[in-house]
Design a protein. Structure first.
Length: 402
């Protein structure tokens, strides 16, 4: 499972209402907050032992972008009004608006050139341009909208990143949307270095998706060096190491993530999966048990817990975990098929067939659906239900996920 700060329009509730305050200025100022922020970031990178010229500063802009911002946003007016003008202008940019593209890990300059961004990439662009206008915006991580999806052998856990302005008691969010905004509750201001590390963590996650594990390891090592407190970077680095067969180092990476945040469910999941693969089943079970709490919104945790219970013959317990996964991931084939597995293991073939029909309608290509079909076929041939056996719940890897 990899970790990612990507977000999506389906998950966003939109920005502040935009003010229809349009205007232009002549000329283009130089050396605003944007330039000083990029320079400051490079100094901090050098202080951490990194070559600042070899690390991408994703919110850095170029001359064309700066000129456009100064032309489109008035130099007068309240800061929030000017920020809203900037947001409006970006969303409709000369008839070629910036559009959402899931999985797009890009710098401000790349978004400007391509017109495509996810939430983090758009925020890099917005932050860079706003600072060029001497508007002191910052990055804000939003955990309200955590999202979990499966991609092949990876489970992807995503959160949201936006730009924000003002102190916490009067904070204004500038989101990648022109719809009215609801108030976010679970937020955290993050530093520019963390934003750079998130860029590399997402880049590594996308490289993992593409099967380029060695490239991913390089990117994720940069992420953890830029910000050693970034859980996402350590988790994704562990996934890359596991895929490359470096199991001991992968374990250290997952444990480093847990040192940073003992509540990081995705780190527990990945570490438990790795320990199970290495034959340390009891330790894996104890780790998974720690994720069984009300605040856990990751359905793949409960699928893994259900598989563990099913493998030990605790059918009712397995069904409870699978149903909890279904509540978190409604209408998805995997938890539907898992409930069918529990029913079949408990000897209720008719109930298992009912859940199989539901799972087929939700997604015939889901591997767990195929396993349930084979189990039912085997049970029909023998006249007895097959013995319960744990099935891996997901990649945890075999990217919150990224």
């Amino acid at each position: 499972m990899i970790a990612e700060r990507s977000g999506g329009l389906h998950a966003w509730v939109g920005p502040l209402a935009l003010a229809a305050l349009l205007g232009a200025t002549g000329g283009c100022a130089s050396g605003g907050l944007g330039a000083s922020a990029a320079d400051r970031a490079r100094r901090e990178l050098a202080a951490r032992g990194l070559d600042p010229q070899s690390v991408v500063v994703p919110f850095e802009t170029d001359e064309e972008m700066r000129r456009w911002a100064h032309d489109r946003v008035p130099s007068y007016g309240r800061p929030l009004e000017r920020l809203q003008v900037l947001l409006t202008e970006l969303l409709r940019r000369d008839g070629s608006p910036i559009g959402y593209e899931r999985g797009s890990t890009a710098t401000a300059r790349e978004v400007w050139a391509s017109g495509a961004a996810n939430c983090l990439s758009f925020t890099h662009l917005f932050v860079g341009l706003a600072r060029e206008l001497d508007l002191p915006v910052y990055y804000l991580r939003v955990s309200d909208l955590s999202n979990y999806q499966r991609e092949g052998d990876l489970a992807i856990a995503s959160e949201h990143v936006v730009a924000a302005y003002g102190p916490p008691t009067r904070r204004h969010v500038l989101d990648f949307s022109d719809r009215p905004v609801l108030e976010y509750r679970d937020t955290q201001r993050i530093s520019d270095l963390t934003a750079i590390a998130l860029y590399y963590s997402n880049l590594g996650a996308n490289q993992l998706r593409a099967g380029r594990s060695e490239e991913a390891l390089d990117s994720l090592t940069v992420a953890t060096r830029v910000d050693p407190e970034l859980v996402d970077g350590w988790v994704n680095r562990g996934v890359a190491l596991r895929r490359l067969g470096s199991y001991e180092e992968a374990e250290r990476s997952y444990r480093r993530a847990l040192e940073v945040d003992p509540r990081a469910v995705v780190a527990y999941n990945n570490l438990a999966s790795l320990l199970g693969q290495l034959g340390r089943a009891n330790e894996a079970a104890r780790l998974l048990a720690l994720t069984d709490r009300a605040s856990n919104r990751n359905p793949f945790s409960y699928l893994a817990l259900g598989d563990l219970a099913l493998g030990e013959g605790r059918f009712a317990e397995a069904e409870r975990f699978y149903r909890r996964a279904l509540r978190l991931h409604p209408g998805q084939a995997e938890p539907l098929a898992a409930i069918g597995q529990a029913a079949l293991a408990a000897g209720d073939r008719r109930e298992a067939e009912r859940w199989l029909r539901k799972a087929r309608r939700a997604g015939e290509n889901e591997p767990r659906v195929a396993r349930l079909e084979r189990a039912l076929a085997g049970a029909a041939g023998s006249g007895e239900p097959p013995p319960a056996a744990p099935q891996p719940a997901g990649p945890h890897d075999s990217r919150r996920g990224g």
